[in-house]
Design a protein around this ligand. Structure first.
Ligand code: OSB
Ligand code: MG
Length: 368
């Protein structure tokens, strides 16, 4: 991979509606678009999915920009590579900072696939032509959540995820179930509970949820195993799984029965595929999580979710779920509950340059 430049764009876009969790309300989404261009002028794109503040993981847009410009990109300048997996190995000398690593690694995968005129999905071993689409409702009132579910139902989504916390759980879910008894429904707690809430959490078994996502703290691997032993509802881990080793431990300990894989959270497509392959072997179903991201990261998610182990609909909703106008062409659309997996080279979407310019905050160009 004969790289000539890496360009980083910090962008900022308002969400159509605020995204409310017990940890943070996201109103404007900042993100980093990574463009890696080779000597033939072919560009691959990736996206750093850290937020403005460290509410979801420890990384932020600023720490990602620092790690990318001062550490990861210089490592790539010093160590020419012929495959994205070599970048992953080089980046192992840098602790954690998975979102910064992933943004760059994903751009390398897109470029690598484009150079072979193959789709990213086919290069990583994807087997699906279309993927099932789910959507997230993140509202802090029952009335608003019910309205959103109604609207998303009319758009055909196949799975519905609501955010819960100790102030909005049992009665909230009961109300949703009373309106939508058969809705494929799950709840994401983003670590709002501790094992002290065991008896309370057990009551959520009443609602026939597909799963409960990340009820306890990210490092509560043992506690999640204890909780899973006492609950009928499958536990799915999100924040707890940032490496392949985390996935192995969680599965061996019985901390979860499902894993949410986000390439951005685990350092890129390579690590995401490794976790997927292990889960497939262990018969643990996986699905692709979302990060309120822009079209570039969403496009990578579509290719990733075409792998055979992604048997549960993920957080892969249409561009219109969050954005007035996305930064890719064409925008991501959901038809009859499915998103088509592109067959064009790379991620199969192009940049909407005009929109990218409109939302750009800063741009950094690094020549090789
Ligand atoms: O916990 O899954 C999460 C969005 C941002 C940060 C964390 C999470 C989420 C979501 C997915 O719930 C939203 C989406 O992109 O569809
Ligand atoms: Mg989650």
């Amino acid at each position: 991979m004969n790289i000539s430049t890496v360009q980083l764009y910090v962008i900022k876009m308002p969400l159509k509606i605020p995204f409310q969790t017990h940890l943070e309300t996201v109103i404007d989404r900042e993100g980093i678009i990574v463009q890696v261009t080779d000597v033939d002028g072919i560009s691959g794109y990736g996206e750093g999915v850290a937020f403005t503040t460290p509410w979801y993981t420890e990384e932020t847009v600023k720490t990602s920009m620092h790690v990318l410009t001062d550490i990861l990109i210089p490592l790539l300048q010093k160590n020419p590579i012929s495959h994205p997996e070599e970048a992953t190995n080089i980046f192992k000398s840098v602790k954690r900072n998975f979102m910064a690593k992933a943004g760059l690694e994903m751009a390398l995968w897109d470029l690598y696939a484009k150079k072979q005129s193959k789709s990213l999905a086919s290069v990583i071993g994807g087997t699906r032509q279309k993927i099932s689409s789910g959507v997230v409702v993140a509202a802090d009132s029952t009335v608003v959540a019910l309205k959103q579910i109604e609207k998303f139902l009319s758009e055909g989504y196949q799975r519905y995820k609501v955010k819960i916390n100790p102030k909005q759980d049992y009665d909230f879910l009961a109300e949703i179930r009373s309106h939508f008894p058969d809705l494929p429904l799950m709840a994401d707690a983003n670590s709002a509970y501790s094992l002290k809430d065991l008896d309370h959490l057990k009551r959520l078994d009443d609602f026939n949820l597909l799963m409960i996502e990340q009820p306890l703290a990210a490092d509560d691997i043992i506690e999640h195993a204890m909780l899973q032993k006492n609950m009928k509802t499958p536990i799915c881990l999100d924040e707890s799984i940032v490496t392949f080793e985390d996935a192995k431990q969680a599965i061996e300990l019985g901390s979860c029965r499902v894993i949410n894989i986000k390439a951005g959270r685990v350092g890129g497509i390579g690590e995401a595929k490794k976790i997927h392959d292990y889960c497939l072997e262990k018969e643990v179903p996986v699905w692709c999580g979302g990060m309120i991201e822009f079209g570039i990261s969403r496009a990578h998610n579509i290719s990733l979710a075409s792998l055979p182990g992604f048997t549960i609909p993920g957080d892969i909703s249409a561009s219109t779920r969050f954005w007035e106008e996305d930064i890719i062409y064409p925008e991501i659309t959901v038809n009859g509950g499915y998103v088509n997996v592109p067959t064009e080279p790379g991620i199969g979407f192009t940049i909407n340059e005009k929109r990218l310019k409109q939302v750009q905050q800063t741009k950094v160009v690094i020549n090789f």
